[in-house]
Ligand binder design. Structure first.
Ligand SMILES: *[C@@H]1O[C@H](CO)[C@@H](O)[C@H](O)[C@H]1NC(C)=O
Ligand SMILES: *[C@@H]1O[C@H](CO)[C@@H](O)[C@H](O)[C@H]1NC(C)=O
Ligand SMILES: *[C@@H]1O[C@H](CO)[C@@H](O)[C@H](O)[C@H]1NC(C)=O
Length: 543
């Protein structure tokens, strides 16, 4: 066939197909909003939506393989972390996808901006009326009842056939994330005055038996020396103090007044600056100017950091959601972004959640609920313990098995051993093939913080996460000082060296009207492999 006839044939094909972008395929749909949300009214036609369009990455499997290659201690490439350009080559979308999506947007008079380093996320501002038209959607205003916050969401969205294969997901659409995810709660056991006195009079000697302060946690006392080592801490719209750098995104605030000083931000900073002494900490405050559709800054943060030439070696986040409240496609896209940070040498840590087997927070349930991002296999999920002799699982420590991700190889033996030891307990309440979490744990009850001038105790995996992250930052400091690579994605190293963690074998996380998972010898879905033993971890890191 000649070139001319091919050309004619293709014109004919386009003409025969009729007007472009008119035939829609449903992408995602929900039967209703999740519990806790109420439909208020149709979203105002003229109000603006910032649509985030996720394009499929060229080679997610290749990225995951490269991640494990640089993170598995037995690999000859261990520690040879990838550059931004190398990671972006895996994450980038195909030219064909970009062209198809831009052509579709152009047919609506729109031009999208690229919003991630690799170009796999686009963003475009559109009025609700146009979004309804473009996505065959029905945007409504939903109210999150507990917080009173309102969001524009649609229960379903569709895409024209020409672009359906070139889009992974569009946000905000069907993800109903909770704006109150994982707030630490004030501890009940001790009156504030009593606790303040105990801490101020004898902070260096306080044990971890009843109250937790940074100094005994940082034992043996170790201050960092390397300024190229850093931790990124993430909270939304929270206050910060002056001994660390603050990065504001999307109208994030750096408010310092007592009334705006958040417990969570104070907790995170006091237990990163407090334990990872000398490690530069920067605090990322993400605003709520609807820039990432109120997804707790998750998207803004990964897209902002993905463009940095130097990524922090540790990233600690104490936010989380119910896995079921996240679109699976969006959850996978975010999990891939965490894999990309790991490949570049960042240890990504997330709180496992505070609802025991009920998910991110306590809720009514008949089956165990998984939490996001804890269920993503390319990050380290941190659960909670209390007490010292022995350290015991906190009942609120979220743990269990993801319904979105299967168990990765690095934990398959550890998970199989737990399932065998557990026998028929919990049968039918969880997904036996899912990724098990948390991976590790740290102290998370009656953790003393100073907020608004008062010392108070707080509880939550939000406390445990910055504590574990700080231990990792101190190890990185010594690795960097010795001329070695930072630890990067931790899990293959953790599961290969379980004895460097203090195994927790008492306590459980009951919920959903059932017993929950019991802590047992070895890994368990309430305390993971256990709590950090700095000296043993140092030795395992070759220090
Ligand atoms: C796209 O970029 C332009 C120029 O930087 C900016 O003015 C506009 O607000 C951006 N739009 C979106 C949707 O981010
Ligand atoms: C999870 O779902 C429950 C029940 O709908 C809700 O109360 C809670 O706020 C949700 N989010 C988190 C982070 O737990
Ligand atoms: C159980 O987890 C697997 C991943 O290992 C997933 O493919 C499957 O859909 C999950 N089952 C349910 C009922 O969610």
């Amino acid at each position: 066939m000649s070139v001319t006839s091919l050309f004619l044939a293709s014109i004919f094909a386009v003409a025969a197909a009729g007007p472009a972008f008119q035939t829609f395929v449903v992408q995602e749909s929900l039967s209703g909003a999740p519990a806790g949300f109420a439909k208020v009214a149709p979203a105002a036609a003229s109000s603006s939506l910032n649509l985030r369009i996720a394009l499929p990455s060229n080679d997610v499997a290749g990225l995951e393989k490269a991640l494990l290659d640089v993170s598995t201690p037995s690999s000859s490439n261990y520690g040879n972390h990838l550059s931004k350009a190398e990671v972006n080559a895996f994450l980038a979308p195909s030219d064909e996808a970009v062209a198809a999506v831009q052509a579709w947007l152009a047919s609506h008079g729109l031009v999208a901006n690229t919003s991630s380093s690799a170009g796999d996320w686009l963003s475009v501002n559109v009025p609700v009326s146009k979004a309804n038209d473009m996505l065959s959607a029905n945007y409504q205003t939903f109210k999150h009842i507990a917080s009173g916050k309102t969001y524009a969401r649609t229960l379903s969205f569709s895409l024209p056939t020409e672009v359906a294969d070139f889009v992974d997901h569009i946000h905000p659409t069907t993800t109903f994330n909770s704006p109150l995810s994982l707030s630490p709660v004030l501890s009940v056991p001790k009156p504030v005055a009593e606790v303040s006195e105990e801490v101020s009079s004898d902070a260096t000697a306080a044990s971890c038996a009843t109250t937790i302060t940074p100094i005994p946690l940082q034992d043996p006392t170790t201050a960092a020396t390397e300024s190229s080592n850093s931790i990124a801490k993430f909270r939304t719209n929270m206050a910060s103090s002056t001994t660390f750098k603050t990065q504001l995104l999307d109208g994030g605030k750096n408010s310092q007044g007592a009334s705006t000083a958040g417990v969570e931000a104070n907790l995170d900073i006091q237990y990163t600056v407090g334990i990872a002494t000398g490690v530069p900490v920067f605090f990322v405050s993400v605003g709520e100017s609807f820039q990432d559709g109120d997804l707790e800054g998750f998207l803004d943060i990964v897209n902002f950091l993905s463009d940095e030439d130097d990524v922090p070696q540790v990233m600690s986040t104490s936010y989380g959601e119910n896995e079921t409240d996240m679109s699976k496609a969006l959850a996978f896209k975010l999990c891939t972004a965490y894999a990309a940070f790991g490949a570049r040498g960042t240890s990504v840590l997330f709180a496992s959640g505070d609802g025991g087997v009920e998910g991110g927070q306590s809720q009514t349930c008949t089956k165990y609920q998984a939490a996001f991002p804890a269920g993503c296999p390319f990050l380290t999920a941190v659960g909670s313990v209390h007490g010292t002799s022995p350290e015991t699982a906190s009942t609120f420590s979220s743990g269990g098995f993801s319904n979105y991700w299967g168990a990765p190889d690095y934990q398959s033996d550890a998970v199989a051993a737990y399932l065998k030891a557990q026998g028929t307990t919990n049968n039918g309440l969880f997904n036996v093939s899912g990724r098990g979490y948390p991976d590790v744990a740290a102290q998370g009850e009656n953790v003393q913080i100073v907020s608004g001038g008062t010392t108070e105790g707080v509880d939550g995996t939000s406390c445990s996460t910055p504590i574990f992250a700080s231990v990792v930052a101190l190890l990185n400091d010594q690795l960097i000082a010795a001329g070695n690579a930072p630890l990067g994605f931790l899990n293959p190293w953790l599961y290969a060296n379980p004895s460097m963690l203090n195994d927790v074998t008492t306590g459980s996380n009951p919920g959903c009207g059932a017993k929950g998972f019991a802590a047992k010898a070895g890994w368990d879905p309430v305390t993971g492999l256990g709590t950090p033993d700095f000296t043993k971890m140092k030795a395992a890191a070759g220090l």
